[in-house]
Design a protein around this ligand. Structure first.
Ligand code: CMP
Ligand code: CMP
Length: 304
């Protein structure tokens, strides 16, 4: 699936000569380049560093970095202040940087059927401009500041040498999987990518391990990636819970408490010796799955 995206993005505009040269250099000399690369250093105050790092840690792209790598990336970020209505990225251009929003709002638009269409709004803590660097393709959207905006800019060299591999691997692994799940199948490709990025992989090596306890507050939403889980429900207090559903690969659970803001309606335990679940935190679930809340609500009828 990720390949489909790459090909589709590449069709929009051929890469310039310069960019093509750098792509093939990357393919042949990847290892040497990484070993030799020295990331730039832009000194920062302690409070800037800690603010940047707490944003980076929330963002999938940087999720796999150790502390030393995170420090290098933090120092390599260059402050970039723009006025209102400034074009930061132009669709079709080659990309040399990606950005983290420190303060302000930027709008991502795309030309769809000859209409400039808003596809995403990014505010403090969000990143953009990562696609061209991840997939060596032209910029997939226009990005413009709404008001005065402060950004942190990360260069392609630092991104490639420290960040890229882990992020690409995760997208490649889970993007196709999510696309096959009916609730995600009609979502825009970029939205599914962002959900993929936000997923945490949790592995359970014990059968009958309690993932969710009926009556507790809900903190996460889960998708079964391997094995299965069993939902059990007590219909009156003190009653022994009885099995109400088996959640198999590609099924999701834990959505009710997050959508309805109620305690967990059932207990869910692992139903195999090895179970892998993909989870989304409550806040991320609400932000990213907001667009499909209607579908999730309709699907709740399956529990009646
Ligand atoms: P990039 O293609 O490098 O530059 C434009 C950026 O817009 C892109 O990376 C994404 O970070 C961002 N963007 C936001 N929404 C979309 C979308 N629906 N499709 C493509 N890019 C998007
Ligand atoms: P939630 O209430 O957040 O946590 C327990 C989950 O078990 C629930 O969301 C559903 O996703 C799932 N579940 C499976 N079968 C049932 C059922 N019959 N009633 C309620 N929840 C169920």
């Amino acid at each position: 699936m990720t390949m489909t995206i790459i090909l589709r993005l590449q069709k929009q505009k051929p890469m310039s000569k310069v960019a093509r040269t750098s792509v093939s250099a990357e393919a042949y000399g990847e290892w040497n380049k990484k070993a030799d690369f020295v990331a730039p250093v832009y000194e920062k105050t302690e409070s800037q560093k800690s603010r940047i790092q707490s944003c980076l840690q929330q963002c999938f792209l940087f999720g796999a970095l150790d502390n030393e790598e995170l420090n290098k990336v933090t120092l390599a970020l260059k402050e970039f202040v723009v006025n209102s209505e400034t074009e930061i990225i132009k669709q079709g251009d080659d990309g040399e940087s990606m950005y983290l929003v420190e303060d302000g709002v930027v709008n991502c638009t795309k030309c769809i059927e000859n209409q400039e269409t808003l596809v995403k709004t990014c505010s403090a803590g969000d990143v953009f401009g990562e696609l061209a660097l991840l997939y060596n393709c032209p910029r997939a959207a226009n990005v413009k500041s709404e008001g005065p905006t402060t950004l942190w800019e990360l260069d392609r060299g630092t991104f490639n040498s420290i960040v890229k591999d882990a992020a690409v691997n995760k997208r490649n692994t889970y993007m196709g999987f999510l696309r096959k799940i009916p609730i995600f199948s009609n979502m825009e490709e970029y939205e599914v990518m962002i959900i993929t990025d936000a997923l945490k992989v949790e592995t359970f090596k014990e059968e009958s391990y309690c993932v969710i306890q009926q009556g507790e507050a809900g903190a996460k939403f889960y998708i079964v990636a391997k094995g299965e889980c069993i939902a059990k429900r007590a219909f009156v207090p003190q009653q022994e819970p009885r099995e109400v559903m088996r959640h198999k690969i590609g099924d999701y659970f834990g959505e009710l408490a997050l959508i309805k803001n109620e305690p967990r309606a059932a207990t869910v335990v692992t139903g195999a010796p090895e179970v892998q679940l993909l989870s989304l935190e409550r806040k991320t679930f609400q932000r990213l799955l907001g667009p499909i809340e209607d579908i999730l609500r309709r699907e709740m009828q399956r529990y009646d």
